[in-house]
Design a protein around this ligand. Structure first.
Ligand code: 5GP
Ligand code: ZN
Length: 110
């Protein structure tokens, strides 16, 4: 756990944040300021700053994040209508929380 990292605190169960899903690798919770009707964050328990910091040893974490995203999309009823999966990388890429996370966004009426 990194000091002063909000997602380390959340993933470690140290806040009131409700999990949609949790396993030994990651947690899933709703974005506090949703940009879309369904806006969920898939967050590994391991503190990794961004995609830039991934190593070969993190491959399993990334694949789990994608597989869980697919299942959460189903649960949130956006599989059929469609959704976006997004990693913001560093400041220029829109990242503001420097603990790796995958955005799952969907639920538009299109
Ligand atoms: P980023 O721009 O770093 O890719 O996305 C960070 C996301 O985390 C933002 O959409 C922001 O609303 C969300 N977020 C930041 N702090 C919290 C928090 O304490 N709780 C929750 N649930 N979401 C947060
Ligand atoms: Zn962290």
């Amino acid at each position: 756990m990194a000091a002063d990292c909000i997602f380390c605190k959340i993933a470690g169960g140290k806040t009131e944040t409700e999990f949609l899903y949790e396993n030994e690798t990651l947690v899933v919770f709703r974005d506090i300021k949703p940009h879309t009707p369904v806006h969920v964050l898939i967050v590994p328990k391991k503190h990794i700053r961004s995609v830039n910091d991934l190593t070969e040893a993190d491959s399993k974490i990334i694949s789990e994040m994608m597989m869980v995203a697919k299942e959460i999309a189903k649960k949130e009823s956006v599989s059929e209508s469609g959704y976006k999966l997004l990693f913001n990388v560093e400041r220029g890429g829109g990242q503001v929380v420097f603990h790796l996370h995958l955005h799952l966004m969907g639920g538009w009426k299109r």
